[in-house]
Design a protein around this ligand. Structure first.
Ligand code: MN
Length: 233
């Protein structure tokens, strides 16, 4: 007998996998804060601190297929919507208390993502010591491109990462500059949560975060992965 629900159940969120028909189902969206030294500095911090984490809801993802231009509506309440280009690690095998030496085996693949941020609201919450959700976890706050299986993604830990807005360079760095690399991040994160297949980890953004406005086109790249193109509407 089919299950019955008292209201319409939410649709499961999934992401296309490059070169495959089967899709990657999303469970949780974890994000790492201030994980590049020059970005930590531009946010007013020293650049050296233990990793910390926040989450976005899975249905905040804006899933953009290969070769497509995704659209993200300019969100309510903000006058300072910032871009944060990030590499996203997609967990294929779960676990808790994962050791860094074993951690990379838990990654199914990688995608390019944007941790879009209502910076004015996040700043106000920081000042008041309140949760960041209103600045970070709003609807359609996390555009993401197709996933490439790890074996096909090349030398991702040394890949260039960049973002242009309307063709102008905004962010440009290299994954080797992560303060906490992906293995260390998974080690730390899995002490706090049991990771599960379908979890995404937005690994942090390099320096150069800045505002976008309606009509802007963002093009995010990580070498070896499909480009993520998003228009703010
Ligand atoms: Mn971020």
């Amino acid at each position: 007998m089919a299950s019955e629900f008292v209201v319409t159940p939410p649709t499961a969120v999934s992401i296309p996998v490059a070169g495959q028909r089967a899709r990657f189902p999303v469970r949780r969206v974890y994000c790492v804060g201030r994980n590049y030294e020059d970005h930590a500095k531009e946010m007013g911090f020293t650049g050296r601190e233990p990793p910390f984490f926040f989450l976005k809801p899975a249905d905040a993802l804006v899933v953009v297929g290969e070769g497509e231009t995704g659209t993200m509506p300019y969100p309510t309440l903000t006058k300072n919507l910032h871009h944060e280009i990030e590499l996203v690690a997609c967990i294929g095998t779960g676990g808790k208390n994962i050791q860094a030496a074993d951690a990379m085996k838990h990654i199914y693949g990688y995608a390019v993502g944007l941790d879009m941020t209502r910076r004015d609201l996040q700043g106000e919450m920081k000042k008041q010591g309140r949760p960041w959700e209103i600045g970070k976890a709003f609807d359609q706050s996390a555009p993401i491109g197709p996933i490439v299986p790890a074996a096909a993604a090349g030398d991702i830990v040394n890949a260039d990462i960049s973002l242009t807005v309307n063709g102008t360079d905004r962010q440009h760095s290299n994954l080797a500059k992560l303060i906490w690399n992906m293995a260390e991040t998974i080690e730390q994160m899995s002490t706090a949560w049991e990771l599960q297949p379908g979890d995404l980890i937005f690994t942090g953004t390099p320096e150069g975060v800045a505002a976008v406005v309606q009509g802007d086109t963002l093009v995010g790249t990580v070498a070896g992965l499909p480009t993520l193109t998003v228009k703010i509407v």
